[in-house]
Design a protein around this ligand. Structure first.
Ligand code: PHE
Length: 486
């Protein structure tokens, strides 16, 4: 018997746990700021409704109907497309290799934040002392053992949760982590908006610059963010919904997941820009000079802001705990998306699949734990986002919307859901989403060919980017030729 979620809330919280990740905290605010501020919300909500909601409902429907992870689901629809499922699984596997490293840093920073042990210059502390960053991605600079130790801790925690399975593991963790995460972020939000100068930050974030709306790049950025933030196109949501009971609702659950996730992004954006406004005011510089995203925001800018705040210890702990909770629940989903198909293909027990995967994962995360690790991570992440996810999502939508008997699927969804899907659903999936993903795929490719990413040496881009993508493609093809155990 396939495992099942215990309750509807449990499933929704697990899906929300996957969707809400560090992307909501450190990617969304910057995307909005960089793409027209308040005006970005127009393409963002447009992308949410025309691609996010329909695609998520489609993935929920696939998992619910075929009761299997991506490879077997695609195999059931058209046997020759099984490789697409493995492509998504391998993409998830690679993501897990570096996502865990970021979780590891977060664990370390949680402890550092007790006494702001990053000192007076958090940026230099992070890059020089903590990461011991080398001059380029090809200079490893040796292992950073404290980071490896943090990785081991995170993989062990993951092993424990996933070994316990869907109900006693993922569902239980999500039911605790998600509500706590909301409370943590609300605490941070109240602190942030009451800091002097916060209003300026919010002005920058939300002040609409409508001229950006004419730039197609803003629209592709919005679609890209929606795919990333909802964890769609990676096979993750197919795996999660494969554990739904037969009588579960699909449409409503899809809407709820999307709204909670995107609402959370707005909260996080307000929090982050409140803090940035405060920092700019303290230093007497324009916000442009303090604004940052990603790793720099979490591990350099926020610690610097904490240094300027009263009761920094408490807010530091709350911030890094929030980052850890958000990240860990996404991490569980990305690993589960690899475990479920492994069990199906090879007939392995959960214990065996989880143990092998966590072991492989630990080894896979070693290159990202070296002195050059952050640079390797940056390259791999760029290629995974721009090609792994975009091309996987594009192939998936073409397969399902054009060759997968979409009308029949809509009927299926409507039978089990609280309220019926209109024909808009099919239009979005057949036309809007493939078109935007197609434009994204082409413009990513053209952009990278015209100008090598990030000014890295070509050998590094080939090794950690192009060759990696080729390896994923070959691996997916090879896995698809193997026999199923069931
Ligand atoms: N939705 C996640 C986020 O916003 C993205 C993600 C999910 C990344 C799962 C990795 C694994 O951070």
């Amino acid at each position: 018997m396939r495992e099942q979620w215990n309750s509807r809330t449990g499933f929704v919280l697990a899906a929300v746990g996957s969707a809400i990740g560090i992307g909501n905290i450190w990617r969304f605010p910057y995307m909005a700021y960089d793409n027209g501020g308040g005006a970005f919300l127009i393409p963002y909500f447009f992308a949410m409704l025309t691609a996010g909601v329909p695609f998520l409902i489609m993935e929920f429907a696939l998992g619910h109907r075929y009761k299997s992870a991506a490879p077997l689901t695609f195999h059931a629809i058209k046997a020759r497309w099984e490789g697409l499922g493995w492509w998504q699984v391998l993409v998830c596997l690679v993501i897990s290799f570096y996502y865990v490293v970021v979780l590891g840093w977060t664990v370390c920073y949680l402890f550092l934040s007790f006494h702001q042990s990053w000192g007076n210059d958090p940026s230099s502390y992070f890059f020089k002392d903590f990461l011991k960053l080398t001059a380029g991605p090809l200079h490893t600079g040796g292992m950073r053992w404290p980071i490896v130790a943090a990785n081991v801790f995170c993989w062990l925690a993951t092993w424990v949760v996933l070994w316990r399975g869907v109900r006693a593991g993922i569902e239980r963790v999500s039911k605790i982590f998600m509500p706590v995460l909301f409370v943590l972020v609300l605490i941070l939000l109240v602190r942030a908006v009451t800091l002097p100068g916060a209003a300026d930050g919010l002005n920058w974030l939300f002040r609409p610059d409508f001229s950006h709306l004419w730039d197609y790049k803003v629209w592709t950025a919005a679609y890209g963010q929606i795919f990333f933030t909802l964890s769609i196109g990676f096979g993750i949501m197919i795996a999660y919904s494969s554990y739904l009971p037969d009588d579960a609702d699909i449409t409503n659950n899809g809407f709820i997941t999307v709204f909670i996730n995107c609402g959370f992004s707005l909260l996080a954006g307000t929090m982050v820009f409140g803090v940035l406004g405060f920092m700019a005011a303290q230093q007497g510089v324009p916000i442009k000079e303090v604004v940052s995203q990603g790793v720099g925001l979490a591990f350099a800018t926020i610690p610097a802001a904490l240094n300027m705040m009263p009761a920094a210890g408490i807010f530091g702990i709350v911030f890094f705990l929030a980052l850890l909770f958000a990240g860990f629940s996404s991490f569980l989903s990305v690993v589960e998306a690899c475990i479920a198909p492994l069990m199906e293909k090879l007939g392995w027990t959960r214990t065996r699949a989880v143990s092998v995967l966590c072991g492989v994962g630990l080894v896979g995360s070693l290159p990202f734990s070296t002195g050059g690790g952050l640079l390797v991570l940056d390259i791999v992440d760029h290629f995974i986002n721009n090609y792994g996810i975009v091309f996987g999502g594009l192939a998936e939508i073409i397969l399902i919307a054009w060759f997968g008997r979409l009308a029949e699927m809509r009927e299926y969804v409507n039978q089990v859901s609280d309220f019926p899907l209109g024909s808009w659903w099919a239009v979005c999936l057949k036309v809007v989403t493939p078109l935007t993903l197609g434009v994204m795929a082409v413009s990513n490719l053209v952009g990278d060919l015209a100008q090598p990413y990030g000014g890295y040496p070509l050998t590094a881009l080939i090794a950690f980017g192009w060759a990696l993508m080729a390896a994923i493609g070959l691996g997916a093809w090879w896995l698809a030729t193997k026999r199923w155990a069931y």
